[in-house]
Design a protein around this ligand. Structure first.
Ligand SMILES: CC(=O)N[C@H]1[C@@H](OP(=O)(O)O)O[C@H](CO)[C@@H](O)[C@@H]1O
Ligand SMILES: [Mg+2]
Length: 545
């Protein structure tokens, strides 16, 4: 076949280092940028195959999110703007690891297994983050697309959620918006202006928000978007990439894991701040109080704020729609209790990784999903959107119902439903605080987080750890779960679990307990158990200072 001549010719320009083996992880491939050229080329080919198979546009995003600047990675976006279906992750791994002379066979195998008609057209949207390695790597993706005769459209510098949005808009023929960056700003900002228009007595102070752009793409895009907000939000942008290094001592992951504000940012006590991660698909909020104490409002607090707001509007609108919050094992125990017992909201727990949360959230009329690290969004079913629209247009509904329906309608429009989106989440959160006349302190006071600690342990092969029950219990290696259980018993309100990371070569340890000292001690003791029972390498974990 002629196209395989082209594959062989082109792929020789993007050779795979012999013996290198990489896995499609929690969110695609991710490693040092120097090892990724062939992966990008091959993912360009895979996206082309996926496009031919689904007869829809597919997205390829070049980014390594919150990881260091030296790293890079690639995420594939499926037709409705969601993550690549897990069924194709295996093909991704197979293509990525095929040795150079076996590549044409590996491609043919996917074509045969999926019965792909190669005469079909293929369209691939490509985007990249601000890493210095991204231009060359995204060119490799584009080369991979053309090697199999596909068409690519290069969106250049965009956030990951913007690329997801473009794919969704394209495949739904503009029903939800225009597949352009300007269209994205217009839709989300108009919805924000709609939501906040009756909260117009807000002072400039109340409208003020400090944004840490992680020295990445999110900073550029906030700048680009700002004028669409019609002064409805006053943003002070920090870590805008003009001097600092991407994700270094800043960004959502740093703030969440270190439980402190980014370095080099001056925050006044009480001031509302948020941090994006390196590809702007995560957001966390925080402030410091007058005693200098740091308060983090993470994905769990965000999910609580949003679901409470939506529940209240549904009640006012008299709409009978079910609403659920989807979390992972990393959700703070206090948030789960508050949502279930006080808010009476359905709460579900899934494995780590947005694809799992997204899938679960789709089962409800309204599914609010957030990872504790701030990655999340809200999904509205088609039926929910229609009911909201009917009510908003119903001439006979009373003022309260109508107001609630209109607010719900704007909420649907402000949210990027394809995937977690720092920018659109920020607009929704800011709008909710404005509509409710709520301060960040009042939001924080909804419930008090249990002190917690996350640690990493290096082991020789993290696959020896196998988990069950949405990753909350370890089934192997033998004795590890028993060890964790007896350590947890020593502390009050304690919980701990371990799981192999899907993005880094480490085992993650999580612990929470009544006090920070207990959470720290428990996390350390569990780390030691992992080190001893799961083949730890290097020095034994040391107690936290
Ligand atoms: C504890 C934690 O934050 N884990 C993150 C991290 O996955 P790991 O499999 O834990 O490495 O990266 C994922 C992709 O960004 C994200 O979905 C997930 O929540
Ligand atoms: Mg990210």
């Amino acid at each position: 076949m002629a196209e395989f001549q082209e594959v062989l010719k082109q792929s020789a320009l993007h050779p795979k280092p012999a013996g290198l083996c990489l896995q499609y992880g929690t969110a695609g491939f991710r490693t040092n940028a120097k090892q990724l050229d062939h992966i990008m080329f091959r993912m360009g080919m895979l996206a082309t195959l996926r496009s031919k198979k689904t007869q829809a546009t597919i997205g390829v995003m070049v980014t390594a999110s919150h990881n260091p600047e030296e790293d890079n990675g690639v995420k594939l976006v499926d037709p409705m703007g969601e993550m690549l279906t897990p069924a194709w992750e295996d093909y991704a791994t197979q293509l990525a690891n095929a040795e150079q002379d076996d590549l044409a066979r590996a491609v043919k195998e996917v074509i045969q297994k999926e019965a792909i008609d190669m005469s079909r057209e293929a369209n691939v949207f490509v985007g990249k983050d601000t890493r210095s390695s991204s231009p060359a790597l995204s060119q490799a993706v584009i080369d991979g697309v053309s090697a199999l005769g596909g068409h690519s459209k290069d969106y250049g510098l965009v956030t990951t959620p913007q690329l997801h949005y473009m794919v969704w808009c394209q495949n739904t023929k503009g029903k939800y918006g225009e597949a352009t960056v300007e269209g994205y700003y217009r839709k989300h900002c108009q919805a924000y202006v709609q939501l906040t228009k009756n909260a117009s007595n807000r002072t400039d102070d109340q409208k003020h928000l400090c944004v840490d752009g992680a020295n990445g793409i999110g900073a550029l895009k906030v700048r680009e978007m700002e004028h669409h907000l019609q002064k409805g939000l006053q943003i002070s942008l920090f870590n805008d990439g003009s001097k600092g290094k991407l994700n270094h001592q800043c960004g959502a992951d740093f703030v969440k894991v270190q439980q402190k504000p980014p370095a080099d940012i001056e925050i006044n006590p009480g001031e509302r701040c948020c941090s994006f991660d390196g590809d702007a698909d995560r957001i966390v909020y925080y402030y410091t109080d007058s005693d200098g104490r740091f308060h983090l409002l993470d994905g769990d607090k965000i999910a609580t704020l949003i679901s409470t707001f939506l529940k209240e509007l549904l009640t006012q609108a008299g709409l009978d729609l079910n609403i659920a919050v989807v979390q992972t094992a990393y959700a703070n125990g206090s948030s789960t209790l508050y949502l279930e017992n006080t808010m009476k909201v359905i709460v579900k727990c899934t494995k780590t990784g947005v694809k799992h949360l997204h899938h679960e959230a789709q089962k409800f009329d309204i599914g609010v999903y957030f990872e504790a690290n701030g990655h999340g969004t809200v999904l509205f079913s088609q039926a929910a959107v229609e009911k909201i629209q009917q009510l908003a247009e119903d001439a006979n509904s009373d003022d309260t119902k109508k107001r609630a329906a209109l607010l719900l309608q704007s909420t649907v429009n402000v949210i990027n439903q394809t995937v977690g989106d720092a920018i659109s989440d920020m607009l929704l959160i800011e709008a909710i605080l404005a509509v409710r006349g709520m301060t960040v302190q009042q939001w924080d006071a909804m419930y008090t987080d249990l002190p917690n600690r996350q640690l990493k342990v290096k082991v020789s092969d993290r696959r020896v750890i196998d988990t069950t029950d949405a990753e909350r219990r370890a089934v192997s290696p033998a004795g590890l779960q028993d060890a964790i259980d007896s350590l947890v018993k020593k502390y009050r309100q304690a919980r701990s679990f371990v799981r192999p990371s899907g993005t880094e070569d480490v085992v993650r340890v999580y612990a929470e307990a009544e006090t920070q000292e207990s959470a720290d001690a428990l996390a350390h003791e569990v780390s030691l158990a992992v080190y001893r029972l799961a083949g730890g390498v290097g020095d034994e974990p040391k107690p936290l200072q």
